[in-house]
Write a protein that binds this ligand. Structure first.
Ligand SMILES: [Zn+2]
Length: 378
């Protein structure tokens, strides 16, 4: 049923189009043409005006035979992480890799190729189906930027699937929310050899704070990290300033708040502890804190219609679909926040965001079978 050759060729074509975040005009125009060719009405939203990208999010709509069934949504993203550039997909023993000095871009082009092949099969075999909406977002890899600026009035679907996670035969129903922490500590500079007592070290303040912090895996649904620290000028100067960047994630909003508060409290406590009396006046390191919510959490119930549909379709073709807990944010977090119940389906891609990224043709065929069956049963 699935045309393996056509699917492979589609993937190769997609992989060869350079598509870094916000510079997606080439892949967008290819996809617009391709989806039109498959019978869709295609348009773009106005997100580019606010994202600064070359193009907006692409919306493709396929009319269904029945007007009564509610539309089904598929979402994929058109951008890939750097280093992209001229990707040369190489096929070894049925598995696509990059030629070595770039990512492969299977994230998310495996998902796009599978979706296109599924739509080809549905058309070729005249499989009756309800209305299908496809959203191809921009700039997913730099913070779900396209999805955050998407014009949600352009879609009607209230249920859907994002094709964008590693592995095979898994679905993600829950993903955490994340807070991004940016902390600047300002102490007081002094000559480290002659008058260190006249300085207050920003680096020491940061170190003190971090050493008191609960980090890593906090519990089964909460994690925290300090990922970046930058500051100081020279070995002989008590450092005046340091910047610390970190994050906290949790599936539970209250735990996210608690962990974030704890991390910030560590900085305040360290500043308190580092406060010095210098020439009769108290000098306390200043802590400036910026907390930004990167993405909201998502949680789709096990008995939600969109989960049941995936399970029924998988069972009908002998696939064993398992639930996996998501660890990151994806476009699905944003779609769910906007009222479209969406789960994430694995696309067969592996080791994404590395030069060893790969996807097996057989796995893409396997996923495409599921997509066709979901469309048939919707
Ligand atoms: Zn992705």
């Amino acid at each position: 049923m699935i045309n393996q050759k056509r699917l492979s060729e589609e993937f190769v074509r997609l992989a060869a189009i350079n598509s870094p975040p916000l510079k997606e005009s080439a892949i967008a125009s290819y996809l617009a043409g391709r989806l039109q060719q498959l019978g869709a009405e295609v348009c773009f939203d106005a997100a580019a005006e606010s994202t600064g990208g070359e193009v907006g999010n692409l919306v493709a709509k396929f009319a269904g035979v029945s007007k009564t069934t509610e539309p089904l949504l598929f979402s994929v993203h058109m951008d890939t992480v750097e280093p992209g550039g001229q990707v040369e997909p190489v096929l070894r023993d049925g598995v696509f890799y990059s030629a070595g000095d770039t990512v492969l871009g299977a994230d998310d082009k495996a998902g796009i190729a599978e979706l296109i092949e599924a739509l080809e099969v549905v058309r070729e075999q005249n499989i009756p189906h309800g209305a299908i909406e496809v959203v191809v977002t921009t700039a997913e890899e730099i913070g779900l930027v396209g999805a955050k600026h998407f014009d949600y009035s352009m879609i009607e679907a209230r249920r859907g699937y994002a094709l964008d996670t590693e592995g095979l035969d898994c679905m993600v129903l829950q993903a955490p929310s994340a807070n991004h922490l940016h902390i600047e500590i300002t102490g007081l500079a002094a000559h480290a050899g002659m008058v260190p007592e006249l300085g207050v070290s920003a680096i020491q303040t940061a170190a003190l704070a971090i050493s008191q912090m609960r980090l890593g895996r906090i519990d089964h649904e909460t994690t925290a990290n300090i990922g970046c620290i930058e500051g100081g000028v020279a070995g002989n100067i008590v450092p005046q300033s340091v910047t610390v960047v970190g994050e906290a994630r949790s599936h539970d909003p209250q735990k996210l708040q608690e962990q974030t508060d704890h991390m910030l409290a560590c900085f305040e406590a360290a500043a308190e502890q580092m406060t010095r009396d210098i020439n009769g006046s108290l000098v306390r390191p200043q802590v400036s804190i910026d907390v930004r919510c990167d993405f909201p959490s998502m949680s789709v119930a096990e008995d939600a219609p969109v989960v049941k549909l995936a399970r029924t379709a998988a069972a009908a073709i002998g696939h064993d679909l398992k639930v996996r807990l998501g660890g990151g944010g994806s476009d699905a977090n944003i779609f769910n926040a906007h009222g479209t119940e969406m789960i994430i389906l694995a696309t067969g891609m592996t080791r994404v965001h590395t030069h060893e990224e790969s996807v097996a043709v057989a796995d893409m065929v396997h996923v495409t079978e599921l997509l066709v069956e979901i469309i048939r049963q919707a």
